[in-house]
Write a protein that binds this ligand. Structure first.
Ligand SMILES: NC(=O)c1ccc[n+]([C@@H]2O[C@H](COP(=O)([O-])OP(=O)(O)OC[C@H]3O[C@@H](n4cnc5c(N)ncnc54)[C@H](O)[C@@H]3O)[C@@H](O)[C@H]2O)c1
Length: 332
């Protein structure tokens, strides 16, 4: 498997490490500043370096591309690769908006190459444990989740609308949104109500958000997004599930089930340590990339693929619209 990387920033270093850990052939890197690729190339033994994805594709000999550039480049680079028959794993948010995400999905359908969206929490052992256990909670009525940075936030392109599309919601809230949807069994969203604003810094994207999503199965998700917040009730992707027969949560990960015989609350501990040494460890990204490679080998549509990424983008778009209009926005 010959794999290439668009972007050589913080998360693509993690993906390149994952590719090395999996024994893949790391063949090419793309960055608009040639000098900046030297260190990345040396560290991961990547000889082929290009200023843009198109030149790399022209040279061929690449099976898969990992796109981890600023969000405004995701659609362009992904579509170029898919059109050339190269499989793509693109970082979240998959695009600037749902319209771009739709174009990416169409490019994937047309080319037959696979499109995966790196919603990494679907590969986390705690998340997978809670999903497996969730039938014990009865019908899940509501979820509560967090995608919040306390006392810090990103800088540079992340805080510029023209490069990022959105702020803390598109960057962090989307982790909580995708985790809630995954735990609920990927229902379709029906409507969104949101209050989103910028209170902590001077930039043109949001740093604070409260989003309420209504799903087709009548469950409701409450999601907080933020950068520079003075407090968070849980780390990135922390999610609580409120079911008719019990409660479940991530980080620390456990179930609380009422025992009607005793009566008392039975706590079912996942056994996973919390807090962790690293909240988003290398092993999470290794598992994610391993799944991408397996999908390619089996020619199997990845989940999370374009569809899951697109639905998240639709919710994000609807949340921004709801906050702008002050009204509930339907998701179509
Ligand atoms: N899933 C996760 O845990 C996670 C974590 C961090 C970032 N991300 C996502 O990954 C993406 C990248 O984030 P990051 O933190 O690595 O950002 P970053 O700023 O560290 O890296 C972005 C890279 O893109 C490069 N770049 C900029 N313009 C380019 C161009 N025209 N052509 C090629 N390369 C160009 C930059 O030089 C840099 O190497 C974002 O979409 C972000 O939301 C996901």
């Amino acid at each position: 498997m010959k794999i290439a990387f668009a972007g050589i920033g913080s998360i693509n270093k993690v993906h390149a490490q994952a590719a090395q850990n999996l024994g893949l052939e790391l063949v090419a890197a793309v960055n608009h500043k040639p000098d900046s690729m030297v260190e990345f190339g040396e560290r991961f033994g990547i000889a082929r370096q290009y200023a843009d994805v198109e030149s790399m594709l022209k040279d061929g000999n690449v099976d898969a591309l990992v796109v981890s550039t600023p969000n405004y480049l995701h659609a362009r680079q992904t579509i170029a690769a898919l059109d050339a028959g190269v499989h793509v794993m693109v970082e979240k948010p998959m695009a600037m908006n749902a319209q771009e995400a739709e174009q990416m999905c169409k490019a994937g359908e047309k080319s037959g190459a696979l499109l995966m969206v790196a919603h990494c929490w679907r590969f986390d052992p705690d998340v997978l444990w809670l999903k497996e256990q969730s039938p014990r909670l009865g019908k899940i009525i509501r979820t509560k989740g967090y995608g919040v940075h306390t006392h810090w936030g990103p800088s540079g392109w992340f805080t510029q609308k023209e490069f990022a599309g959105g702020g803390a919601l598109a960057d962090m809230g989307i982790h909580a949104l995708d985790t809630a949807r995954f735990l609920l069994g990927d229902p379709n969203p029906v409507a969104v109500y949101a209050k989103i604003g910028t209170y902590y810094k001077d930039f043109d994207v949001d740093d604070t958000g409260v989003i309420i999503v209504e799903w087709e199965n009548a469950a409701t998700s409450y999601i907080e997004s933020g950068w520079w917040q003075p407090h968070a009730d849980g780390p990135e992707a922390a999610t609580q599930l409120y079911g008719t027969q019990g409660f479940g949560q991530l980080f620390p990960t456990k179930l609380e089930l009422p025992n009607v015989q005793e009566p008392k609350i039975d706590v079912i501990d996942s056994g996973f340590a919390f807090p962790r040494e690293s909240h988003a460890p290398q092993s999470l990204y290794d598992a994610q990339l391993k799944y991408f490679v397996e999908c390619i080998e089996r020619n199997q549509t990845p989940i999370p693929g374009g569809l899951e990424g697109l639905i998240n983008m639709k919710v994000v778009d609807a949340a921004y619209e709801s906050s702008r209009t002050g009204k509930v926005t339907e998701v179509k």
